[in-house]
Design a protein around this ligand. Structure first.
Ligand SMILES: [Zn+2]
Length: 303
């Protein structure tokens, strides 16, 4: 049996349809992104301290030297200040799934989709099955001295890697939702000696800045916001509550909404934020009104 003949567009037509297709894709992309473009993560992803809530832990080795001098430069070694380190529960710094377990060094690695967290020297893990999901704050193992005999401590690293998860590993400076910022400050043993206490999780807080409510604007103003105690993602919407089932932008902790996108008139911006543990906060901004650019422009151009 003969196969049916396919009519292929001529070269010129093909080129033409390719251009149309590209143009259309470009239009769809810009339409989608112009609705709401959250900033990408400007710093390390927001995580919680992996140590037990309410207990003070000290950094005995910080960034940039000793055994933290390669891709894992931004690592911390932690010990408990007022109690035994050995056997203390270790918590997931963010929600994720088990990526790798190495028993020799007591290392559990969680994959958070975009970044990894690593917990080392543990005496054991709760579950080492690949793909096992740990909620943020859930106990994933117990501190120990595997791979570091006689010196129980928790080694913690947050890193990114290439798509394969193994090559191109690069640790990131840490910023904990409890309010501890640990940027690169140069030198050896950075932040060594710092004592940090993990807290129980609390609902996210949304902080706004930008155009003031009850005022008309003609410029290209944006309502800017950032979320503390976030990390579980966020959704935003003009004049309506965004759905509460799932965040539009997972893992995002800051963003902005250009007034332009809301169109003419007075508008209210709704932002819903998710904490790393799924706790939610819904906040509004500009309730008494904001205006978009177009009305002003149109009035001007009217003769
Ligand atoms: Zn270490």
């Amino acid at each position: 049996m003969k196969s049916p003949r396919l009519t292929l567009p001529s070269g010129r037509n093909r080129r033409y349809s390719l251009i149309v297709l590209l143009g259309w894709l470009l239009f769809v992309c810009s339409a989608l992104t112009s609705v709401f473009i959250p900033n990408t993560l400007s710093a390390a992803p927001q995580i919680i301290l992996p140590t037990p809530p309410g207990e003070a832990w000290r950094i005995i080795q910080g960034y940039g030297c000793g055994t933290h001098n390669a891709w894992d430069r931004y690592s911390l070694d932690l010990v408990q200040v007022d109690g035994p380190t050995y056997g203390a529960p270790v918590r997931a710094a963010a929600g994720g799934e088990v990526w790798h377990w190495e028993s020799r060094s007591g290392t559990l690695i969680l994959n958070h989709g975009g970044f990894f967290t690593m917990y080392t020297h543990m005496q054991g893990a709760v579950d080492t099955t690949r793909g096992r999901i740990f909620e943020v704050g859930e106990t994933l193992g117990y501190a120990g001295d595997r791979g570091s005999p006689g010196v129980p401590h928790l080694h913690f690293t947050l890193y990114t890697a290439n798509r394969d998860g193994w090559s191109g590993k690069q640790s990131l400076p840490l910023s904990f939702a409890e309010g501890y910022e640990l940027p690169e400050i140069g030198g050896c043993n950075q932040h060594g000696g710092t004592v940090m206490t993990a807290m129980s999780l609390q609902p996210p807080q949304i902080n706004f800045s930008g155009p003031q409510p009850a005022q008309w604007y003609r410029g290209d103003e944006r309502i800017v916001f950032d979320i503390t105690w976030g990390g579980g993602g966020m959704s935003q919407r003009w004049n309506e509550e965004p759905a509460g089932d799932a965040p539009m932008f997972p893992a995002v902790i800051d963003g902005y909404a250009p007034l332009r996108d809301a169109g003419d008139g007075m508008h209210t911006l709704y932002v819903r934020a998710w904490g790393p543990d799924g706790k939610q906060t819904l906040t509004t901004y500009g309730r008494s009104g904001l205006t978009a650019l177009r009305r002003v422009r149109r009035c001007r151009s009217t003769r």
